[in-house]
Design a protein around this ligand. Structure first.
Ligand code: SF4
Ligand code: SF4
Length: 373
């Protein structure tokens, strides 16, 4: 890791609970000890960024944890809401209606969490704000879901687990990739121009009608996209009734990680932010999958910090210090080294995201771990 003089404080509690106590009370104590009450929540819209889980996946964070965060914000006078942005790929969360349906199926509702759900980038993933990235090398203007940017305060509530592109999914992934609109996600995953799978196309011209740049054209009842005219706004992906327009996934994982750091900076810069990661059910891949393979290491605990970079490094170190569980993908991988995430997804390098985040001034890769009961 690069050296950074300043150490950020990361607070930790394990998953042990004595009679009379609960994990939910432990989470509340953790957040308070980490200083969340130093934020002035009074009458402030507070976005709690979470991943609701793809239907079928059972590794996502239970809504009970989100309720603890929402209750604390409300007690402090704030106005919390749960949020995520629509997915780039075709699945159960590709527009706001499907996304909310998936969240309800997975147990997230105003009754279970004490606050409402707002899908950050609107019905079709196009309600976005262009946010300049200070010091951005790859992204000049990040495309972030409007509701996320309209919030006065942002809290990330992260399920820490493996990720097939980023190595692991923690705070930086949840904030950077997760708050990107469809165009934003496309910018991180690729050079930014979608393609039409013509075998699926029925020539309805919805893509040509929505395209403001005359890039989507239909010839002989089949659409195609002129990449010389396309600006990568992603609107055609959202309107296609056949899911025939698909993004390219041609960016290297190294650059994807660096873009993710720049998007994270766009999300948190200039407003109070706080971050919580639960290192439990550490499945090898993202909760975007409609399945979750067995957890590869034992449950570790809950972490909280004002610094999302230090938080991610602390969680990664904690996972890498764990023994490998038998009969898991990690056990079947070459895990002789010290990086469980690299063993699961050898083409990924999570350190490129951390290094770039440090360079951008988002936080420190050095931390002081403070354990509480
Ligand atoms: S919206 Fe989809 S189905 Fe309709 S013309 Fe465009 S690519 Fe084809
Ligand atoms: S991504 Fe935007 S600019 Fe490109 S073809 Fe689709 S609608 Fe047009």
């Amino acid at each position: 890791m690069t050296t950074e003089a300043k150490k950020s404080k990361v607070y930790f509690t394990d998953m042990r609970v004595k009679s009379g106590d609960t994990l939910l009370k432990k989470l509340e104590r953790l957040m308070k000890k980490a200083g969340i009450e130093d934020i002035d929540f009074q009458n402030k819209y507070t976005a709690i960024k979470i991943h609701f889980g793809e239907p079928g996946n059972l590794a996502y964070l239970r809504p009970n944890y989100a309720k603890v965060v929402a209750d604390l914000v409300k007690e402090a006078g704030g106005r919390p809401f749960l949020t995520d942005c629509n997915t780039l790929y075709i699945g159960g969360r590709k527009n706001a209606l499907d996304h909310m349906e998936s969240a309800y199926q997975n147990g997230f509702s105003p009754f279970s969490t004490g606050c409402h759900i707002i899908i950050g980038d609107g019905l079709k993933g196009t309600d976005e704000v262009y946010v300049p990235v200070e010091g951005g090398e790859y992204v000049k203007e990040a495309k972030i879901g409007r509701a996320v940017m309209d919030a006065d305060i942002i809290i990330s509530l992260n399920h820490f687990k493996g990720h097939e592109c980023a190595g692991f999914g923690g705070a930086l992934k949840n904030l950077g990739m997760g708050c990107g609109s469809r165009a934003g996600k496309m910018e991180m995953h690729s050079a930014g121009k979608p393609y039409v799978h013509q075998e699926l196309c029925i020539g309805c011209k919805k893509c040509t009608n929505i395209c403001a740049h005359e890039a989507a054209i239909v010839t002989d009842k089949k659409a195609s996209i002129d990449h010389n005219k396309c600006v990568g706004c992603g609107r055609c992906i959202g309107v296609c009734p056949q899911d025939a327009v698909k993004p390219a996934q041609d960016e290297s994982f190294d650059i994807l990680n660096r873009k993710m750091a720049e998007y994270t900076k766009a999300v948190i810069q200039g407003r109070p932010n706080f971050h919580i990661s639960l290192v439990i059910d550490v499945s090898p891949f993202c909760d975007c999958h409609a399945e979750n393979d067995a957890a590869v290491v034992p449950n570790v605990g809950m972490f909280a910090s004002f610094d999302p970079v230090a938080l991610d490094v602390a969680c990664a170190d904690a996972v890498n210090a764990q023994p490998v569980i038998a009969n898991t993908l990690l056990a079947e991988s070459n895990h002789e080294g010290h990086d469980h995430f690299g063993a699961i997804s050898p083409d990924t390098n999570w350190k490129s995201c951390i290094e770039h985040a440090v360079k951008l001034g988002i936080g420190s890769d050095q931390y002081e771990l403070i354990t509480i009961r």
